[in-house]
Design a protein around this ligand. Structure first.
Ligand SMILES: [Zn+2]
Length: 527
């Protein structure tokens, strides 16, 4: 039966080669598959496609009398091409089947060569698959010959040769090699951002940053957070990036805003770079207004949001260059509110900003702090050292502030500040509100006091009640915490009637699952 089967298959294979020689590919494919043809018999008809290392010898007696495909097709190139396409499809069909067993190197080498020759897109997919049975030397040689450089780099990756892959990609980017299928610098950067060989990474940092600093900095900012390395220490990178100012700013922004590193030197460095940028724009003969606004907004945002930079250093620079808004923020950081408010009111004449300042700075602080700030603002408005005309100008703002819902004042202090010649009508709203809030405050205090007194009474009552109950102490009673008997005369009795040693009383919570109120210890002394 086995012999029979073998004979039948041999006949099918022979018939397959006859159909193949007639270029009847459909029929040939079916017969080869059914006859379970050793695929190397077919590949050997294309001598250039066999691996250089193959020791394959055709079956004897032979299955056919074809020397090679070129002869078979009388060197007709169209026909030879059809045969090669047929082989490609046939190999794709059987690559992952049982018939491929033992022929992996021959199949994969032939596929690599055929793809390199006629289908680059599939070649790239083929190379991103796992497990490619192809001799390294031959694969490299083939891909070089067909100038499939991106594929060649991927092949090097497969071999674990990252350096060679990066070398080839860099040549494509710099134009030394041409390969329209390579995605370009973005791919290169993405690869570096995942590369764990940091020594190799640094070899290409300059190459990338010289081409695109904005993108290039992603090598450092898009790394896995779990990665730690001496070669990628933030200080080290900052130091290195000095030659690349755009990348440096991006990297510092990453450290400060994304990684939230709380290091004074990074915060100061970034703030100084922001400020230098603003000053540079201001120096231009015709500064672009949107650029200037954007840069100042960035600077102001950092000055607001961070508290880690060196305020004095920046204040010096801001004052020198008349950056009033920035000065106000910096004075605020130093808690010199009067100076900050004076800038907002007198230099910038922005009363809304001044009110905002009071609200923002008192955020999260107590009422007194808020009172202090609004009082400071009012004093700036009512500054008696101002010349007459200025004082007149400030009047509406002061009255508006007094009557505004937002502001909060300590009434008694405000009344001292207000000029005596002001009429009550001007202060009407303010006074009514002040009176109302003072009354409200008084009622609240009274209510609180009454409630506290009530609570006090209740506690006293329960104390008397507890003290009136007696307990009998016997020898066999034990402490609820340490389980020892009572030797000393002192003990603690809890409101849920448990007894403990005085020193054990505080541990009762942990040992007994009782509610907080029920085990207030009550110390007794039998003496
Ligand atoms: Zn005890």
């Amino acid at each position: 039966m086995v012999v029979c089967c073998g004979v039948y298959q041999k006949i099918q294979q022979q018939a397959g080669f006859i159909e193949f020689s007639l270029l009847h590919f459909e029929e040939a494919k079916e017969l080869f598959l059914e006859g379970q043809l050793d695929v190397r018999e077919l590949i050997s008809l294309f001598p250039d496609l066999l691996p250089a290392s193959s020791s394959f010898i055709r079956r004897n007696p032979p299955l056919h009398d074809i020397g090679n495909v070129s002869e078979m097709c009388s060197f007709e190139s169209n026909e030879i091409q059809s045969c090669r396409k047929f082989l490609l499809h046939y190999l794709e069909t059987i690559r992952n089947s049982m018939d491929a067993a033992g022929s992996k190197i021959e199949i994969d080498t032939a596929l690599l060569k055929l793809y390199a020759e006629m289908d680059y897109t599939t070649l790239l997919q083929f190379l991103s698959g796992t497990d490619i049975g192809c001799q390294p030397k031959e694969g490299v040689e083939v891909l070089h010959r067909f100038q499939r450089y991106h594929a060649l780099a991927l092949f090097h990756l497969k071999l674990g040769e990252n350096d060679s892959a990066l070398g080839i990609w860099s040549k494509i980017i710099s134009g030394e090699f041409s390969d329209p299928f390579y995605p370009g610098l973005t791919h290169f950067i993405e690869f570096l951002s995942k590369l764990s060989d940091h020594l190799l990474l640094w070899k290409y940092v300059d190459f990338v940053l010289e081409r695109d600093q904005r993108l290039g900095v992603r090598i450092f900012t898009e790394r896995s957070p779990s990665e730690t390395s001496e070669r990628l220490r933030p200080d080290f990178i900052v130091e290195y990036l000095h030659r690349f100012p755009v990348a440096l700013v991006k990297f510092l922004e990453y450290l400060v805003f994304e990684k939230k590193l709380e290091k004074e030197k990074f915060h100061t460095h970034l703030a100084v770079l922001y400020m230098d940028n603003v000053l540079q724009i201001l120096k231009l003969p015709e500064p672009e207004q949107t650029d200037l606004n954007d840069s100042r907004k960035k600077l102001q945002h950092l000055l607001h949001s961070s508290s880690l930079y060196r305020v004095q250093l920046l204040l010096g620079k801001a004052t020198e260059s008349n950056l009033h808004k920035e000065c106000a923020i910096l004075y605020g950081k130093l808690e010199e509110h009067e100076k900050a408010l004076k800038i907002l009111v007198h230099q910038l004449q922005d009363h809304d900003a001044a009110e905002d300042y009071c609200i923002r700075m008192s955020n999260g602080r107590d009422k007194k702090y808020r009172h202090r700030l609004f009082y400071a603002l009012l004093s700036v408005y009512l500054d008696s050292t101002l010349e007459e005309q200025k004082r007149e100008e400030m009047l509406p703002a002061a009255i508006q502030l007094l009557n505004s819902e937002l502001a909060e004042f300590d009434v008694s202090k405000v009344l001292q500040l207000i000029p005596s010649h002001w009429s009550v009508a001007i202060l009407d709203q303010f006074l009514v509100r002040a009176l109302r809030s003072s009354l409200h405050h008084r009622y609240c205090c009274r209510l609180q006091s009454a409630l506290a007194r009530g609570e006090n009474l209740q506690v006293k009552f329960s104390k008397i009640h507890i003290e009136n109950t007696s307990i009998i102490m016997t020898e066999d009673r034990i402490c609820a915490v340490c389980k020892h008997s009572f030797v000393e005369p002192a003990f603690a009795r809890h409101s849920n009637a448990t007894l403990t040693h005085p020193q054990c009383a505080k541990h009762l919570n942990l040992n007994l699952n009782v509610s907080q109120e029920s085990n207030n210890p009550f110390l007794s002394d039998l003496r």
